[in-house]
Ligand binder design. Structure first.
Ligand SMILES: Nc1nc2c(ncn2[C@@H]2O[C@H](COP(=O)(O)OP(=O)(O)O)[C@@H](O)[C@H]2O)c(=O)[nH]1
Ligand SMILES: [Mg+2]
Ligand SMILES: [Zn+2]
Length: 291
């Protein structure tokens, strides 16, 4: 049989058969023969040991389309990066770091601002900044079910990772999509009071129609140090049309005269917010000592 690993705990892999059954599997032999460790997201072949107990043995891992490092998961079609329009206030610097991280891992992104019920005045501004950068921008309110059907449609037939900081409504959204998931939710202060991370391990949830969704813990920071300052520009998709247009070859789009990116900022084609983020990150990455 063929299935997908949706969870791995203590040497057991939980394999979803694509319909409604989940088999608890071992992966005897695969480590030794192929030197490859099964990952959540892997499409696998498995033998059923007992249909009644829903146990099996994984015999093969099918070729991976991709493999993310953060979170550790394979075969991801897209990331839905969720921030809140308010409570917590959107930290666009952090959002830009998420986008870079996803570009780095070559995962297509959609940006979604949740909690539209609390704040809707910034919609146009946010859609403008990220729309110019080439990203799809959506808005929703999980509480009021505003915009959530459109988001659900976006996930259809795909494997999607939900990313974003803590407290923005990722788990609430997953619970709406998949009531069986029963993810723990709560405000940031409630979570601090409980003193634990509410999303513990990587797990995919099947939400029907061939769609799988993964919740992730809320990241409050995002390291982009693996990117060299001089490569940073390639992680800003809106700079692509200006490639080769600057006066100097190897222009870093910082202080060089005749910079096409800076001209695009002046003309409004590239958002000033994103460009200022680029400058900040560039300086940050330049200052890292590499050996
Ligand atoms: N007002 C409002 N609150 C929301 C919405 N979605 C989630 N919340 C609340 O925000 C808090 C954090 O939600 P949670 O799903 O745990 O966020 P996560 O940390 O991103 O998984 C909870 O108290 C939710 O009830 C929304 O659309 N509007
Ligand atoms: Mg959560
Ligand atoms: Zn330039």
């Amino acid at each position: 049989m063929q299935g997908k690993i949706i969870k791995g705990i203590a040497g057991f892999y939980y394999v979803h058969d694509g319909h409604s059954r989940i088999y608890e599997c071992k992966a005897k032999g695969i480590f030794r023969n192929k030197k490859i460790k099964p990952l959540v997201g892997d499409d696998v072949m498995f033998d059923v040991i007992s249909d009644e107990e829903q146990t099996g043995n994984i015999t093969d891992i099918l070729p991976r389309n991709n493999e993310l490092i953060r979170p550790a998961v394979s075969n991801i079609d897209q990331a839905l990066i969720i921030f809140a329009a308010k409570d917590p206030e959107p930290n666009l610097n952090l959002l830009d770091r998420f986008l870079i991280m996803m570009e780095y891992q070559q995962v297509p992104c959609t940006i979604c601002f949740n909690k539209l019920d609390l704040e809707d005045k910034d919609q146009e501004r946010l859609a403008g900044i990220y729309g110019k950068a080439g990203y799809a921008v959506r808005f929703m309110s999980v509480t009021n079910s505003m915009g959530t059907d459109e988001l659900r449609a976006l996930l259809e037939g795909k494997t999607t990772v939900l990313a974003g900081p803590s407290g923005v409504g990722k788990s609430s959204f997953l619970n709406l999509l998949c009531p069986l998931a029963e993810m723990e939710t709560g405000s940031v202060s409630e979570k601090i009071r409980r003193g634990r991370h509410t999303t513990r391990h990587s797990e995919l949830f099947y939400i029907g129609n061939g769609s799988y969704v993964m919740d992730t813990p809320g990241f409050s920071s995002m390291d982009i140090n693996m990117i060299l300052a001089d490569d940073l520009q390639y992680y800003f998709p809106e700079f692509t049309p200006m490639e080769g247009e600057c006066r100097f070859i190897g222009c870093a789009h910082m202080e060089e005269p005749g910079c096409a990116v800076k001209q695009a900022v002046e003309s409004g084609a590239v958002s000033r917010e994103r460009y200022e983020t680029y400058r900040g990150f560039y300086r940050e990455l330049k200052n890292i000592k590499r050996y």
